[in-house]
Ligand binder design. Structure first.
Ligand code: ZN
Length: 311
């Protein structure tokens, strides 16, 4: 039998303002800036990576710095992303968000406390209070104490075009475990430490992708062999999946789930230490070998980004 997919690898979003995004995720949410590179399909724009100390799979949030009109929420999208924080840290985060004048809502979902708010581009972000399930190393050089720091991704929420088909796909194709008790407007599926919440919103208009959208969510497999097995599984189930694509820090395959959202399956290896030491992560522009000869043109086309966190 094929080894299961092991939860979320990374979440990739779109932001028109690289500086505001950098400041929000490093200075307010306390993530480490792990990698400054370019979109490998469009090297004229940044691809920025945030995460824990080493950018461990499950902690990685990435942004394509495309200048686009604001997104419109709706069906066929990944509607929000949720980070895990320790259960005892919810009151810390409420105070911190207030201090930074970030308006937030508070709710309870599947028995967990959830704070929800928007980032600098209007992207919907959640913090979920959880007993520690995460073997990650939060960044210790922000002013968020490590004891309260974000541990990694708790999950994502989808608004599908067709709830039934998405639910079936998650359970029967990706083999995610359905939560025993769906809530009135939502069902939960689990993979590794991660949840995928599927919202039931039958009358939603279609989402429009733009500034503040989540572009895709990637799920984890161990290595290229494990990915090949999952690709075969998807092909067998008639899913239109891409060949494996070389992303230098990992290998990826992509496909749309039937409700419209873009999914990826990415390998844990080789990871972000392939071209920088732990100390140097995020400190200079890194390029994959096939772009090195174009470095000076690429650098000239990118906007200024101030990444010194201790100014
Ligand atoms: Zn990706």
């Amino acid at each position: 039998m094929i080894a299961p997919i092991n939860g979320i690898h990374h979440v990739t979003a779109i932001s028109s303002d690289a500086q505001a995004t950098f400041d929000f995720y490093t200075k307010i949410l306390g993530l480490r800036f792990v990698k400054k590179t370019v979109n490998f399909d469009d090297p004229s724009v940044y691809h920025l990576y945030f995460g824990d100390v080493t950018g461990k799979p499950g902690t990685i949030l990435t942004f394509f710095n495309w200048v686009l009109p604001d997104q419109k929420p709706g069906a066929g999208s990944i509607d929000s992303m949720a980070f895990s924080v320790p259960l005892h840290s919810i009151s810390f985060w409420k105070k911190r968000l207030k201090k930074h004048e970030i308006f937030f809502g508070e709710t309870n979902r599947f028995g967990e406390s959830v704070l929800n708010f928007s980032d600098a581009s209007g992207l919907s972000v959640e913090l979920v209070g959880q007993e520690s399930l995460f073997d990650t190393r939060p960044w210790n050089q922000s002013d968020v104490p490590v004891d309260h720091a974000i541990r990694g991704f708790a999950g994502v929420s989808l608004i599908p075009n067709d709830f039934g088909r998405t639910a079936d796909f998650l359970e029967k194709v990706l083999l995610f475990a359905p939560h025993q008790k769906p809530e009135s407007d939502m069902a939960r599926f689990s993979s590794g430490n991660s949840f995928v919440d599927v919202k039931i919103q039958p009358d939603s208009r279609l989402a429009r992708q733009g500034n503040g959208s989540i572009h895709h969510v990637a799920f984890r497999v161990k290595d290229a062999d494990h990915q090949v097995r999952w690709r075969e599984q998807l092909v067998k189930k008639k899913v239109n999946v891409t060949p494996a694509v070389e992303r230098f820090y990992f290998k990826s395959i992509y496909f749309n789930e039937p409700g419209g959202a873009l999914f990826e399956i990415a390998t844990d290896s080789p990871g972000f230490l392939i071209d920088q030491s732990v100390e140097k992560l995020g400190k200079e522009l890194t390029l994959p070998p096939w772009f090195e000869s174009m470095r000076s043109q690429i650098e000239q086309s990118l906007p200024l980004l101030k990444t010194e966190s201790k100014a």
